[in-house]
Design a protein around this ligand. Structure first.
Ligand code: AP5
Length: 211
């Protein structure tokens, strides 16, 4: 199955994708994670996108589409994938239709007040990437990953000023994709405001109903 996750920053795309990837046995491909890995490894791509990510702006389409084209050509992506954070613009969505057409677009719906709460409380493991929240999904030991013992950190773009820029970029450049995919009868709306378990079980019911 080829699934795209749409939704504003902090809607819970990464959290949902972690669960879906385990349950459905599909690779979780996050363009945000690919960019952050490139920054960490100080690659040419990482140097180009470092400031863009820190400010909360979108990376230019040509760079992003090239990265996804390469990733989707890898062996583990041939039987399907869960794309988290791509596409984010209409040209990206058009490119994806040409590379490998999507079968289902989950639109995680969450209001702005909750987004701010979720992003300002998010912590991520520097080592394995596991996502936590200081209130709703705290680690057993403060600042330490339950899974691998790695150090938890706050993403630089989870500062309030960058969150505002990310939300504006979402409204201007990404939200039009909701209508775009709806027209193609691919859109599945999903309330993202419940617990991670309830959001995922609502998705499983949708899958069951589709047969
Ligand atoms: P990216 O990493 O994709 O960031 P984002 O879309 O802003 O999404 P987030 O990762 O912030 O949130 P999420 O929806 O995954 O939420 P999460 O599950 O972590 O992109 C970063 C940057 O890369 C962009 O700004 C851009 O610069 C660049 N980029 C990436 N893709 C690009 C593209 N296609 N084109 C151009 N540029 C691109 O959850 C958030 C918090 O809430 C966590 O703490 C979590 O524990 C908690 N939480 C989640 N779900 C629940 C729940 N159900 N109940 C309670 N708490 C929850």
């Amino acid at each position: 199955m080829r699934i795209v996750l749409l939704g504003p920053p902090g809607a819970g795309k990464g959290t949902f994708a972690e669960q879906a990837s385990k349950t459905l046995g599909l690779p979780h491909i996050s363009t945000g994670d690919l960019f952050r890995a490139a920054i960490k490894n100080e690659t040419d791509l990482g140097k180009k996108v470092k400031d863009i990510l820190a400010q909360g702006l979108l990376v230019p389409d040509d760079l992003t589409i090239g990265l996804v084209r390469q990733r989707l050509a890898e062996p583990d992506a041939q039987a399907g994938w869960i794309l988290d954070g791509f596409p984010r613009t209409i040209p990206q969505a058009e490119a994806l239709q040409e590379i490998s057409p999507v079968e289902m677009v989950i639109n995680l719906e969450v209001d702005d007040a909750l987004i701010l709460q979720r992003l300002t409380g998010r912590r991520i493991c520097r080592n394995c990437g596991r996502i936590y929240h200081i209130v709703s999904m705290p680690p057993k030991k403060d600042g330490v990953c339950d899974v691998c013992g790695g150090e938890l950190y706050t993403r630089p773009d989870d500062q309030e000023s960058a969150i505002k820029t990310r939300l504006a970029a979402y409204r201007e450049q990404t939200e039009p994709l909701v209508a775009w995919y709806d027209e193609k009868k691919l859109l599945v709306p999903l309330r993202g405001s419940g617990t991670p378990e309830s959001v995922y079980s609502a998705f499983e019911k949708i899958l069951q109903n589709r047969g």
